[in-house]
Design a binder for this molecule. Structure first.
Ligand SMILES: [Fe+2]
Length: 345
C-alpha cells in the first residue's frame, strides 16, 4: 500500500505530540479493512520515531447497533487485550469508547488515542499545545467547582451541583501513561451530582442534534427536575422527533441528564454538518468541539464512572449560551470570556 505523504506527515506530528519515543511499542488496533491506510501510516510514523509498531487487526463480528456502547470485537479476546495492555500506546480505530476493556488497558498504563475521523477533519482540527493548556485549565476549574450554571436568551436556565463525578479532558493527543484521548477534539466535561441538576434547557435553531446529524429548526423546551428530563415541549417538528426517538428506547434512563462541558477548539466548525452530514465516515467531533458551545447531553454516564448505560445517547451542542462556575464567567453568549481559556489573537 502506498502511503500518502500528507497523511504520514500529519500522523508523525501527532505521534510527536504524544511523545512517542524510541524503544516504545505502539499498537494500531483496527477492524477488518477499516482505516487500513491510517494503520499503515501510523505504523510508518511510529517506526520513523524509533518505536516498534504493529497492527492488531480484529474481526467485527456482529455490527454494533447505533449508539450501543461497550460492545466491540475485544470482548472475550483475552490475548488481544493482554497485548494492548503491554503496549506503551494504542491507536484505537475500533471504538473501545467507555468499555470495561478500555478501562483495563488504561489501568495498565497504556495511553490510548482514538482516531476515527476522515483525513480532512484530522487536518482541520489538528491539536496544539495551546489547546491542551486551555482544555486542561477547564478541567482544573471544573474539578474545583461546586456549581455550574448556564443560561441563554432563548430561555435556558440550568443549575448543576458538582463534585460527585470526575472530569475528563479531550484535546486530541495524549502523552501521559494510562490517559485516553480522541483525535480530534477540544473540550472538558463532567456530570452533575445524582439528583442535583435542575432547570430548563431551550434548544434554539442552530443548536445540534448529533444523533440525527442535523440542526435544530424549531424551539425545544426540556424541563429538568432532579437530573431527569420530565417534560419535552415545543411547537415544531424537533420536539416531536426528540420525544419519539427517546420513547422508542423504552428506557426511563434515556431521560437522564448526562455530561456537561464546553467547547474550546477554535478550529472546529459549527457549520460542518451542513456540508458533510451525508458522509457516513464523518462523526460529530466538529459539533462537540466548536469554540464556545455548551455541550449538553442526555443518556449514559458510564464514561464518568456512573451506572447509566442506556443505549439512548444524545449530545446536544448549544450556541449562544452563557456559563458560570461558582459565579465565575466562563462563556458569555457563546463566546469564551475567561482569559485562561480564551484564544489569544
Ligand atoms: Fe455524549
Amino acid at each position: 500500500m502506498k502511503i500518502d505523504a500528507e497523511m504520514l506527515n500529519l500522523f508523525t506530528a501527532q505521534l510527536k505530540l504524544c511523545q512517542v519515543q524510541a524503544g516504545e511499542t505502539l499498537v494500531v488496533l483496527s477492524a477488518e479493512d477499516e482505516w487500513a491506510d491510517y494503520a499503515q501510516a501510523f505504523m510508518t510514523a511510529a517506526r520513523q520515531l524509533g518505536a516498534t509498531s504493529f497492527n492488531l487487526n480484529v474481526s467485527r463480528g456482529e455490527r454494533n447497533a447505533v449508539g450501543v456502547q461497550g460492545r466491540h470485537p475485544l470482548v472475550g479476546n483475552k490475548l488481544a487485550l493482554e497485548t494492548l495492555k503491554a503496549a506503551d500506546m494504542v491507536i484505537d480505530m475500533v471504538g473501545l469508547l467507555f468499555s470495561r476493556e478500555q478501562a483495563e488497558i488504561q489501568a495498565a498504563g497504556t495511553r490510548i488515542l482514538r482516531v476515527m475521523e476522515p483525513l480532512h477533519v484530522l487536518k482541520q482540527m489538528f491539536p496544539t499545545e495551546d489547546l491542551r493548556r486551555r482544555v486542561e485549565y477547564a478541567k482544573s476549574l471544573l474539578e474545583g467547582a461546586r456549581e455550574l450554571r448556564f443560561t441563554s436568551d432563548a430561555g435556558t436556565d440550568m443549575t448543576y451541583r458538582l463534585g460527585q463525578y470526575p472530569v475528563i479532558s479531550e484535546y486530541g493527543y495524549t502523552c501521559e501513561p494510562g490517559r485516553w484521548d480522541h483525535f480530534p477534539s477540544g473540550f472538558a466535561f463532567t456530570q452533575g451530582n445524582d439528583g442535583e441538576i435542575d432547570g430548563t434547557v431551550v434548544l434554539a435553531p442552530g443548536d445540534i442534534l448529533c444523533a440525527f446529524k442535523q440542526y435544530v429548526q424549531t424551539r425545544v423546551v426540556l424541563r429538568v427536575e432532579k437530573g431527569m428530563v420530565v417534560d419535552i415541549s415545543g411547537d415544531g417538528i424537533d420536539a416531536q422527533l426528540l420525544q419519539s426517538y427517546m420513547d422508542n428506547f423504552r428506557d426511563p434512563r434515556a431521560f437522564a441528564v448526562s455530561h456537561i462541558g464546553w467547547g474550546l477548539n477554535e478550529k472546529a466548525r459549527w457549520y460542518q454538518f451542513s456540508t458533510t452530514r451525508q458522509l457516513a465516515a464523518e462523526h460529530v467531533m466538529n459539533a462537540l468541539s466548536f469554540y464556545g458551545n455548551v455541550l449538553f447531553s442526555l443518556g449514559p454516564n458510564v464514561e464518568l464512572g456512573g451506572t447509566n448505560d442506556t443505549a439512548c445517547h444524545l449530545d446536544l451542542p448549544m450556541r449562544n449560551c452563557s456559563l458560570w462556575l461558582d459565579g465565575i464567567p466562563i462563556l458569555d453568549a457563546g463566546d469564551v470570556v475567561h482569559p485562561e481559556m480564551r484564544v489569544q489573537p
